[in-house]
Structures are given as structure tokens and as C-alpha cells.
Ligand binder design. Structure first.
Ligand SMILES: *Cc1c(COP(=O)(O)O)cnc(C)c1O
Length: 451
């Protein structure tokens, strides 16, 4: 049957609030046209992020009740460690309050000023943490992936020839680690193939460079491998994920994505000496290594979430639901990053709104209009977020896990198609104020005058 049904039923509901377009215009003005500055209660459908916004299961809530809040040696930590080791095989499992805390610790220990860190595409916090350390973050996506309209099964792959060239240019000693992000979030939520991960492993092994996975969406990536990569159709998502991790020396992980947790992160490694340094730093800013800035109950939620996310019924529904949104707008003429990714649909706002130049932020303009028109919050991934490094002007519609139903998705499709009918009326924006780092969170904007 074709109808997508959620593989769960609802036990507890959370009301969402309708507002009028006039009210929303006032909220926009008060927020400096920055959707991060709008109160969540003034939003109908919140697609700002899939991070920390998952609905937890009865299994997770039940596990939270047995959270062991001991400062040192909590049982909850040992349960989490076991779950992570069964999945990843990494010897050291270091909890942190979220993914970026794991990143900061990793790069503080491994990088020095002048170091170069390649990635298929760095996520914004990853890039910021590397640059804050005085090191250089280099994106090495496939050259073909620049074309948002091109259909490729593994468009998130790293350009391994470019990695070889970069190593030759910089020297392996200047490269403390190579990372690959699965799925490639900033590259459109596109998957990375097992063959690509194996190729990166081969190159890094040859040059003696540690290889880390930014594993935020490891389960979604595993599902794409099973669906698209020859030889994996008979594998379980867990077996595929285990193989991915077996190829790496360590990982960073935000439990706010594919662990259905509302908070949490992990830093894993096979290296005993690094782990000691990382734990020393952890104690300074996060907490003792058996809780890492989290409550025992959070550790429990992550441990259970890591099991649930690999359920084939869940992953099939998850990927089908995202593709449904993508196909229904793209087949009516709204350009998206093709093919639909795992956790989000990215509208190519630069292509949809060619009358708005990149320095007037077409993605921001579309985000603002989608909120004003339908109460939907989304996020610009373009020149607001990445400045001059932006490859595209995208609008990301990130789908929280297990939260919205198919009728929410149908409402969203209708809203986007209505805006598309009158897209020529949308205007550009300019920045009024901005901070030094990660400006998209707090910058304020104003519409550019017509003429
Ligand atoms: C979310 C994310 C991070 C950072 O994790 P936080 O928990 O938000 O700090 C890092 N990398 C990728 C690819 C992400 O999606």
C-alpha cells in the first residue's frame, strides 16, 4: 500500500497554537526578522531543526525513571556505554551535553593553530569549533553535488581525490584528523556510501591520519545504504551502522538527532591516550566522565533511543515521509535539493527566487514568508549562516522525529505551493546587527526597500 502511516500511536498530546498573519508580522518585527528570536508558542509547525525535538517513546520514558543520578559510576552510564560499544565498537565512550561539546573537546585536544581538518561538509558548529581553535576547516564535497538538481544516490560523499590532493598539499602531519559527516547535513541531508567511507579509511590509513565520523544521523545514513548501495539489501540497519563505525577511529555524536533524546552528545575513540586528555578537559567544562554534563536519566534515554532508531519500520517510515514532502513540492515546480535527504527537505531558494541576490538572502526571505503565511518555522542555510563560504541559498525544512503526522506534512505542502504562486512578490533582506560567531542565531534583519 502507498499510504504512509506512522509506526506508532499517540499516547500524550501537546497542543499547537494558531495565530493570524497580522499577529505573525508583529512577532517578526519584534524579532528583527530572525526566526530564532520568535517564541515557540507563537509557532504552529516548528521545522527549525530536527535536533532535540524528537518525541520520546514509552520505552525511553520508562528507562528515565531508573536513571541513576550518582555523581560517579552511575549505572545509567554503564548501560549507555554498553549500548554504544555494541553499536560502534569504540573502547572509550565519553558523554557530553551535546554534539558541539564533544567537538570542542575533540578539536582542543587534536588540533593546534594552523591545523587543517577536512570533512565532506562541516556542520556550522563543527566549523566554528575548528576555527575557534585557530585551525582551518576544509569542505570536500563531490563537485557534482554543487548542482542541486542532479539526482545521485550518495550525493553526500566526500571527494576522495580532493582529499588526496589536500593531504599532498598540506602534509599529513598538519592534518590531525579527517572527518566525514553522515548524513551530510549542510550538504542537503544527503547520504554517504559505505564505499566512500571505505575509501576515506584507506587514504587516511595510508597517511597515518585518524579518521572520525560525525555520526549525528548514522541510522538514516544506514537506511540509505541498505536501499541504494549494491550488496546491502539483506543487511539490517544495525549491521550496516556497525560496519560504518568499524572503519573509523572515533566519532562525535549529537544524541539530539538519531537517538531521539532531547539533549546529549558523545565523543568516542579507540585511542587510550587521547581519551585520557579528553576526559581531563571534560571534567573542566562538562562534568565527571560518567555523566558528562547530563543527568543519569538523559543517559538512559540515549541508550534506549540508540536501539529504537535502528528499527527498520521506523527508518522506512522516516525516509518515506521526508521524500513525500520533497516530491510533492518539487513535482509542482518548487526546486529542492535533489534527491530528498533523510531528515530534511532543502528548498533551493536561490533558484526559486532568482530576483533576490545572494547578498539579500533569498533563503531568509522565504523563511520569513513561510512563517508569516502559515506559521511554519524553518531555517536559512546560505549566506546568513555561512557568509561568503555559502555554496547555495537554501531553506531547510527539518522534520522532528516522530512528532508531526502526515496531515501536518500535507498542510506544509499546501502552504509552500501557495507561496510559490506569488513568489515574485517576495523581497530581499539586509543585516542590521550581527555577532562575531554563528551570526544566524542572533543577527537582526530588515527588508530591503523596493526600487
Ligand atoms: C547537530 C549537529 C552537530 C552539533 O550537535 P549539537 O548537539 O547541536 O551540539 C554536529 N554535526 C552535525 C552534522 C549536526 O547535525
Amino acid at each position: 500500500m502507498k499510504t504512509i502511516i506512522e509506526p506508532f500511536r499517540i499516547k500524550s498530546v501537546e497542543p499547537i497554537r494558531q495565530t493570524t498573519p497580522g499577529e505573525r508580522q508583529r512577532f517578526l518585527e519584534a524579532a528583527g526578522y530572525n526566526l530564532f528570536q520568535i517564541r515557540a508558542c507563537d509557532i504552529l509547525i516548528d521545522l527549525l531543526t530536527d535536533s532535540g525535538t524528537s518525541a520520546m517513546s514509552t520505552g525511553q520514558w520508562a528507562a528515565m525513571m531508573r536513571g541513576d543520578e550518582s555523581y560517579a559510576g552511575s549505572d545509567s552510564f554503564y548501560r549507555l556505554k554498553q549500548a554504544v560499544q555494541d553499536l560502534t565498537g569504540f573502547r572509550h565512550v565519553i558523554p557530553a551535553h551535546q554534539g558541539r561539546a564533544a567537538e570542542r573537546i575533540l578539536f582542543t585536544v587534536m588540533c593546534k593553530p594552523g591545523s587543517v581538518v577536512p570533512n565532506n561538509t562541516h556542520f556550522d558548529t563543527t566549523r566554528a569549533n575548528i576555527e575557534y581553535r585557530g585551525a582551518r576547516a576544509v569542505d570536500l564535497p563531490l563537485p557534482e553535488a554543487r548542482d542541486t538538481q542532479l539526482q545521485l544516490p550518495f550525493k553526500g560523499n566526500m571527494d576522495v581525490a580532493a582529499l588526496e590532493a589536500l593531504i599532498a598539499e598540506e602534509g599529513p602531519r598538519n592534518m590531525p584528523l579527517v572527518m566525514v559527516t553522515v548524513t551530510n547535513n549542510s550538504g542537503g541531508g544527503q547520504p554517504v556510501s559505505m564505499a566512500n567511507i571505505e575509501a576515506i579509511r584507506e587514504v587516511t590509513r595510508r597517511h597515518g591520519i585518524p579518521f572520525y565520523i560525525d555520526a549525528c544521523r548514522f541510522a538514516e545514513n544506514a537506511w540509505f545504504i541498505r536501499e541504494r548501495e549494491p550488496g546491502y539489501a539483506g543487511w539490517s540497519p544495525r549491521q550496516i551502522a556497525q560496519k560504518m563505525f568499524s572503519l573509523a577511529d572515533g566519532c562525535t555524536f549529537s544524541a539530539k538527532k538519531d537517538a531521539f533524546a532531547n539533549i546529549g552528545g558523545l565523543l568516542c575513540t579507540r585511542d587510550d591516550r587521547l581519551a585520557e586528555q579528553e576526559k581531563d578537559l571534560l571534567i573542566l567544562t562538562e562534568g565527571f566522565p560518567t555523566y558528562g554534563g547530563l543527568a543519569g536519566r538523559d543517559l538512559e534515554a540515549i541508550a534506549v533511543g540508540l536501539e529504537e532508531v535502528l528499527d527498520p519500520d521506523y527508518l522506512q517510515y522516516r525516509i518515506a515521509s521526508t521524500a513525500y514532502l520533497g516530491r510533492h513540492i518539487a513535482d509542482h515546480g518548487v526546486p529542492i535539493v535533489e534527491p530528498p535527504g533523510g531528515h530534511a527537505i532543502y528548498i533551493d531558494a536561490g533558484r526559486m527566487l532568482p530576483h533576490i541576490p545572494a547578498n539579500q538572502f533569498p533563503g531568509q526571505s522565504l523563511a520569513i514568508e513561510l512563517y508569516r503565511h502559515a506559521g511554519v518555522r524553518s531555517v536559512e542555510i546560505g549566506s546568513v549562516m555561512f557568509g561568503e563560504n555559502a555554496r547555495h541559498q537554501l531553506l531547510r525544512l527539518a522534520i522532528p522525529r516522530r512528532v508531526y503526522t502526515q496531515s501536518h506534512i500535507d498542510y506544509l505542502v499546501e502552504a509552500i505551493l501557495e507561496i510559490d504562486e506569488r513568489k515574485e512578490s517576495l523581497r530581499g533582506f539586509e543585516i542590521v546587527t550581527q555577532p562575531e560567531f554563528l551570526r544566524h542565531f542572533t543577527a537582526t534583519f530588515r527588508p530591503v526597500d523596493k526600487n
